[in-house]
Ligand binder design. Structure first.
Ligand code: ADP
Ligand code: MG
Length: 698
């Protein structure tokens, strides 16, 4: 019986389990599971409380005709399976009889070819679904099911109150996975607890926590299990967040040791910078700039996040930071996600620089060869000191004379990789990230943990709130009336249509940009209109945008390409069609395109769906609050975009819910790092980081 002694450390390969051969190992690896730790962190997606499993004979007690269609749970063996086709709509129908010893119940599914192929008579299943009265009595329609086994019941963990259910992983059914987990639980052995007592106090130890979640005791609370609020969950969440925080702390400490370029300051420089300013800085801009100056002169490498609501004046702060470097012998680059935006910034910078505009260089991917060559020469020779561009800036061919500062507009699309590319070229410039979507400070601390933060929490003076309305599609005429009135006043108008992917399946019929163009041309035949979308060639897009900016056209119909950029103070209305297709923060960014001049501005969302969600925009103009709401609704993964954004994919921790815990973990992580990590802790950190796919710790 030596085999069943707990003897395997969590870092053991899964092939150490008897149930795992090469095929399963490959399937598990495919799902990112290589070690016992990985397997055991894959928690059940659901627990069946056997106390809530109903006996079929008693089901009519639970059936309320016309009442709430309550989801009921039944468990039994499949008897008869029959596939037919309905006469009227020609849908495939799968019928099955489920027997549980007390009676039989008819289960029905429509168009579920998958089930037809997988279910067999004799399968023991658990079914969750609503009851309805059919021709032959009570039946359950479209239940979700889990197959518990095939053939007569043996060694099912049914004696327990809670039955954990696992998602299938490729060829590994949920049931088999459950068995592997149980084997792993029997054999797993944890020698030392690496969570500092400051964090682990009052919580179960790691193995204990895993046991509570994979084999919940009968007295566990069903709601807590469901909502993931048991102490066991908390223990696992703490483990994840602490690993995350410790990784950040180490990275940050490493960075603080690097020697940064010291940018010299002087009264003269300050005078010169002041000369560039078209207006007084807001208090928040002044504060942010001061923080940047402190970094640039500190002798350490700056690594700062500049956050601010749309319209809070991030560009001006970015410009000042660039000027500080550019006017003292260095070069500064501003990196933006789109060409439209790059051109726009170039125009803004040229205006700010006035007579010195020749010191600025725009660098885009698709430039004429001669033009590009000239640009590269100016950059390499140091004639160009302010460089504005897209990712073209990071191409091989680009050599800087003295790159000292990189400003990245929009965290999501540029980042670590580009920085590494630069470092390989032997440059380690100061780094400023501007976040287009403001997030609450505590959360930014969480997500961009190794960046210092500056926040612009104040709008420039004289801004009026933007009149925001949400209207139904059949009231759209009101929007066009408003557009008409504003055009009559000599103002310009944005209309935004969602970009529609033809393969996109949606319930709401969509009006695409062509249809919208037709509508607008018919309604405003005399008015010049530009249509821009992502499929246009860059120069064509730029030409069209330029005509709008120059007021040669007064309507700009666009997909979201305008989202992150343009600044046309004369535009006073934006109408967004199918507003439900957009995230709240995205809509807020769009709204920020109007209200940039003196005149009262309007933002109209047309939508027949999700009006509850969209109302948040009518209720507040505070981008931080909107982002928080958006985050709550979509969750961090969606909100921050893809994995490349560097947001960790926690399995148990929830960045929003566990914000306080994360801050606590950060504090303890700092202390732990200062104390110094021992080998065991480092090994643990490496394993957890690998499991969470966190950035390498260096
Ligand atoms: P953000 O990038 O933060 O959305 P911008 O930098 O585009 O905001 O600034 C929005 C508008 O406010 C621009 O038209 C800019 O010229 C103007 N602006 C910026 N700072 C000030 C200020 N201190 N006083 C007045 N207007 C300002
Ligand atoms: Mg901006």
């Amino acid at each position: 019986m030596a085999e069943s002694l707990p003897c395997l450390p969590l870092s053991s390969r899964l092939t150490a389990l008897r149930g795992v051969g090469p095929t399963y190992a490959a399937a598990l690896a495919e799902a990112g599971m290589e070690t016992l730790r990985d397997l055991l962190w894959g928690l059940p997606h659901r627990y069946v409380d056997r106390g809530s499993v109903r006996r079929i004979a008693e089901l009519d007690r639970w059936h309320q005709p016309g009442g709430d269609r309550e989801i009921l749970t039944v468990m039994g063996t499949l008897k008869d399976l029959r596939q037919t086709t309905t006469r009227i709509q020609r849908m495939n129908l799968l019928e099955a009889l489920l027997e549980d010893g007390s009676g039989t119940l008819r289960l029905i599914w429509f168009n579920q070819g998958y089930l037809t192929r997988t279910l067999k008579p004799g399968d023991r299943i658990i079914a969750f679904g609503p009851l309805a009265m059919g021709r032959h009595g009570l039946e359950m329609r479209g239940p979700t099911i889990e197959v518990l086994g095939r053939g007569p019941a043996v060694d099912e963990p049914w004696i327990r109150r809670y039955l954990p259910l696992y998602r299938k992983l490729g060829p590994i059914t949920g049931r088999v996975r459950g068995r592997l987990v149980q084997e792993a639980m029997r054999k797993a052995h944890v020698v030392e607890d690496w969570l500092p007592v400051e964090l682990s106090r009052g919580l179960p130890d790691l193995l204990g926590a895993l046991r509570l979640l994979h084999q919940p005791p009968d007295d566990a609370d069903a709601a807590d299990l469901e909502e993931r609020t048991t102490p066991a969950h908390q223990r696992l969440a703490t483990e994840e967040l602490f690993a995350f925080a410790l990784g950040i702390s180490l990275r940050r400490a490493g960075r603080l040791q690097r020697r940064g370029i010291v940018v010299p300051t002087s009264a003269e420089l300050r005078e010169r910078l002041r000369g560039f300013l078209p207006f007084h800085l807001t208090g928040a801009q002044r504060r942010a700039f001061k923080e940047i100056v402190e970094d640039l002169t500190s002798g350490r490498v700056m690594h700062r996040l500049l956050q601010g609501d749309v319209g809070s004046g991030k560009t001006l702060v970015a410009f000042l930071a660039m000027a500080m470097v550019a006017e003292t012998g260095g070069q500064a680059a501003l990196l933006v996600p789109t060409e439209v935006l790059a051109r726009q910034h170039a125009v803004t910078f040229a205006r700010l620089l006035g007579d010195d505009a020749h010191r600025m260089q725009l660098l885009l991917g698709p430039m004429k060869a001669a033009e590009k060559r000239a640009a590269l020469v100016r950059i390499a020779g140091g004639e160009a000191r302010y460089i504005v561009g897209t990712h073209a800036i990071f191409q091989e061919a680009v050599a800087f004379q003295e790159l000292q500062l990189v400003i990245v507009d929009e965290q999501h699309r540029f980042g670590v990789k580009q920085r590494e590319a630069l470092k390989e070229k032997g440059v380690d410039p100061h780094w400023l990230v501007m976040s287009a979507t403001p997030i609450p400070r505590s959360l930014a601390l969480a997500v961009f943990g190794d960046l210092e933060q500056s926040v612009l929490d104040e709008l420039p003076p004289g801004r009026q709130p933007i009149d925001t309305r949400l209207i139904e599609p059949d009231e759209a005429e009101r929007a066009w009336d408003l557009v008409e009135r504003e055009l009559a006043k000599g103002h310009q108008v944005y209309v935004v249509s969602p970009a529609i992917d033809p393969t996109d399946e949606t319930k709401v019929p969509l009006r695409d940009i062509q249809a919208m163009e037709g509508l607008l041309r018919a309604r405003f035949p005399e008015v010049g209109m530009e249509v821009v979308h992502g499929r246009l060639k860059a120069d064509e897009m730029a030409a069209r945008m330029a005509r709008f900016v120059a007021r040669e056209s007064n309507i700009l119909l666009a997909t979201t390409v305008i989202e992150v950029g343009v600044d046309v103070p004369n535009a006073t209305v934006m109408v967004v069609d199918h507003a439900e297709r957009f995230g709240l923060s995205q809509l807020h960014q769009l709204r920020g395109r109007v209200g940039r001049g003196q005149a009262r501005s309007h933002f109209v969302m047309i939508s027949g769906a999700e009006t509850e969600r969209l109302r948040a925009l009518v209720e507040t103009q505070d981008g931080f609050r909107i982002a928080t709401r958006d985050l709550e609704l979509r969750g961090p993964g969606e909100f921050f975009g893809t994995r490349q954004s560097g947001v960790p994919q926690f399995q148990v921790a929830d960045l929003l819910r566990d914000r306080k815990l994360l801050i606590r973990c950060r504090e303890v992580a700092e202390i732990t790092r200062e104390r110094g990590l021992n080998e065991g802790q480092l090994a643990w950190l490496r394993q957890e980081s690998a499991r969470l796919k966190l950035a390498e710790i260096s």
